[in-house]
Design a protein around this ligand. Structure first.
Ligand code: DGJ
Length: 723
């Protein structure tokens, strides 16, 4: 059994293969956090000291409780307004206008199987239990239920929070963190993944000092600007050594993550729905369910942490998808054609795709409504036959005849004011009556919290889907929400949350109706790259920035939480359209080839040499797909120190590995580069090109990378075990 409960029902220990997560009920009924880290046996609360501390309130005036204060106890769920001054996990506006919430233990339940959360995506497994701990604020009779489960071999703990109003007055939830716990001792770095459009999820490591560090998104989407995932690492933790805790939210809307170093040096760690523009009314008898958060702990550095997270995403989150054996290598029309194409251009792409060994063409933005630029048309999902010069069905038939599959682009959640949909239903956009809305890419966000809006878009999309053999959808969303105002809602504090519930419901319905269709997620690149989305979209367009050198840090940052095959990676033209950088074709391939692979260019404009590399690359991605999508990923270079990037993926049976290197720059009389590989068998021998080298030499001495002749040079090495 992996959830251990002491005989008195007060000590709870959740064990995974290598970790323990422990909580205890105190004499005053508070649930404290006693340990999260390596496996332990016994009660870790012995490590906590009680002291009479000034200006840290006590629960009673009695002398004997002068040394008891929730202001310094490491809590498992803190409430605002009862004497804990750290950032709270739950804030409630009670019926009497007070904002006090003092959750104390009421009971627990141990259930078979892992919990699920109605209407929200969550990790799933057949092999777990659920511990439900109920805490109650006695005065208001508001209950918080904490749901815990785990993924045993992956060292993952999951938690979700439910709040129920069992009192007799209406209340309002002002803040509800999905997970929250305090670490009593330590010295930590916070690793977060901030960014911007075209520069997403770049690793940022900083020492955690006094005060509260708040990371988050208020954009209604998880955002390019901050990913809903972070790592707390001991100061000397690196890829291979040291302790680290990962924390992430399984949610795609606004979120907040907080890490607070308190006056006594403890750390509060939490993540949940952002409390900005969130205010959730609960009438007596009603219940609020928050999204799931996950934690993972590694005592073997960040490499192991990523491995835990990758395997959990692959096996316990991402739905079984068609083409799991190999994702289609595709040519997307966007950077090759933008809005300027007819059906014939797409058919020509398909013809070329066939000769080059690709599998699919994807017709991106511009095929529907009045859409010759990005000022109009969104919301009108009917084919612009005048532009295509044939029907969609006819075009797809001709593409299929070439032996090529077909995919199409949609942006279902958006509307342009210049569209029939907006003219008929201006109130379907998230705007506030009497206020000029803010525009992003000249478009507004549709109110997906409303069923009639979702039904209309579903019906329009289905008509397109049913009219041709569409095997793939790229689902885009090119702005974030600013006006959280639904004309269909009585209470606006829930609009962002209900938008997400609506979107998840739509995706669920869509997946059921079109189970064979492959879905690629996208929000102007990686503006919504999170575990919530990955439940529905097995991969996501990583960034609108296709420059292979910028992509190195974007993909590296993304790899901490998300496995390589979840990253959409395409080769584009040089000079690059986003930053004008010129790079060799092979380098562009080397950067993109370890993800879900494809192109954003017109192959007929390539040289013969580039076309032959393209053929080779398509086959490389296909023949190494098993390793890419199932193997263990290792980040081998340190971007702070090294002027090259290196990463490798090792097959789970250890028989083969692929190593990719790309140099960011070059120097005259440069230093030689030797890279220590990882994940091989130290006793085995490996063939690399003409050489046979022992695993121990490759891992503990290193592998010399051939001399660089120019900037942005890349290497791809296949490392095969010699039997
Ligand atoms: C943003 C996407 O990330 C691009 O790849 C492309 O699909 C455009 N939108 C189309 O408008």
């Amino acid at each position: 059994m992996s959830i251990g409960i002491s005989d008195d029902g007060k000590l709870f220990t959740i064990d995974t293969e290598n970790t323990s997560y422990q909580m205890k009920v105190t004499s005053q009924g508070h649930l404290i956090h006693t340990h999260y880290g390596r496996r332990i046996y016994g009660d870790a609360s012995i490590n906590l000291e009680r002291k009479d501390r000034g200006f840290s309130q006590n629960p009673t005036p009695e002398k004997k409780l002068r040394d008891y204060s929730i202001d310094y106890l490491p809590l498992e769920l803190s409430g605002f307004g009862s004497g804990d001054y750290r950032t709270s996990a739950v804030t409630i506006m009670n019926g009497d206008g007070s904002t006090c919430f003092n959750p104390v233990f009421e009971g627990y339940e141990l259930k078979k199987g892992k919990y699920s959360i109605e209407g929200l995506p969550a990790f799933a497994t057949d092999n777990a239990e659920t511990l439900v701990i109920t805490l109650v604020d006695k005065a208001s009779q508001v209950r918080a239920r904490l749901f815990y489960s785990f993924l045993q071999e992956k060292d993952i703990i999951t938690r979700a929070l439910e709040i129920e109003n069992d009192g007799d007055k209406d209340i309002r939830i002002l803040k509800a963190m999905s997970t929250s716990f305090d670490i009593a001792y330590g010295d930590y770095d916070l690793i977060s993944f901030p960014g911007r459009h075209c520069y997403e999820r770049v690793e940022n490591r900083e020492h955690v000092s006094w005060g509260c560090k708040r990371l988050g998104s208020t954009r209604g989407y998880s955002s390019h600007q901050m990913n809903p995932a972070f790592i707390l690492a001991e100061r000397n933790t690196d890829e291979e050594n040291g302790e680290a805790i990962a924390c992430a939210l399984v949610y795609s809307g606004s979120f907040v993550a907080e890490v607070e170093k308190s006056q006594y040096g403890s750390f509060r760690v939490q993540i949940g729905i952002n409390d900005e523009a969130f205010s959730y009314p609960l009438a007596p008898g009603e219940c609020f369910r928050g999204p799931e958060a996950i934690l993972s702990f590694s005592a073997e550095g960040l490499d192991r942490l990523s491995y835990n997270l990758h395997m959990a995403a692959r096996e316990n989150l991402i739905r079984e998808i068609p083409d799991r054996k190999h994702r289609p290598v595709l040519i997307n029309s966007w950077e090759g054609c933008y809005f300027d194409f007819s059906a014939q251009n797409i058919i020509d792409l398909a013809r070329d795709a066939k000769t080059l060994g690709a599998d699919m063409v994807v017709m991106d933005d511009g095929w529907f409504g009045k859409r010759d630029d990005d000022f109009s048309g969104l919301g009108d999902w009917y084919v612009n036959e005048k532009k295509l010069k044939m029907t969609l069905g006819e075009m797809v038939e001709r593409i299929n005849k070439e032996g090529i599959r077909f995919g199409i682009w949609f942006e279902p959640e958006m509307v342009c004011e210049d569209s029939d949909l907006y003219r008929a239903h201006p109130d379907w956009a998230l705007t506030v009556p009497g206020r000029t809305p803010s525009y992003g890419r000249s478009q507004l966000v549709l109110d997906f919290s409303r069923k009639e809006v979702r039904d209309n878009i579903f019906e329009q999309m289905s008509r397109i889907m049913d009219s041709a053999n569409i095997e793939y959808i790229k689902w885009d969303a090119n702005r974030h929400i600013s006006e959280f105002f639904s004309r269909g809602a009585e209470d606006q504090g829930t609009t962002g949350y209900r938008y997400m519930l609506g979107l998840y419901e739509f995706l669920e319905k869509f997946k059921n109706r079109y189970p064979g269709v492959i879905l690629e997620g996208c929000s102007g690149g990686g503006g919504r790259f999170d575990y919530g989305m990955l439940h529905y979209f097995p991969f996501i367009w990583t960034s609108d920035n296709t420059d292979p050198i910028d992509r190195l840090s974007i993909q590296r940052g993304t790899s901490f939480f998300y496995p390589p095959e979840t990253m959409g990676c395409h080769v584009s033209a040089s000079p690059n359209h986003q930053d004008g950088r010129e790079t060799p074709f092979f380098t562009r391939c080397a950067t993109a080839l370890t993800g879900t692979f494809g192109y954003e260019l017109v192959p007929s404009r390539l040289s013969d040499e580039e076309r032959s590399i393209m053929k080779w690359a398509n086959e490389y991605n296909r023949s190494n797909w098993e390793i890419i999508s199932k193997g263990r990923y290792h980040r081998l270079s340190d971007p702070e120190q090294d002027d090259y990037y290196a990463w490798m993926i090792v097959a789970n049976d250890g028989s083969k590995a692929i190593l990719h290197t790309v140099s960011k720059t070059n120097h005259g009389n440069n230093r030689s580069v030797s890279i220590r590989l990882r994940g091989l068998d130290e006793k085995a021998w490996y063939r690399i090109g003409e050489n046979v080298v022992s695993g121990s030499v490759l891992m503990y001495s290193g592998m010399l990378i051939p001399d660089r002749k120019g900037c942005y040079e890349a290497g791809i090495f296949i490392i095969e075990k010699v039997e």
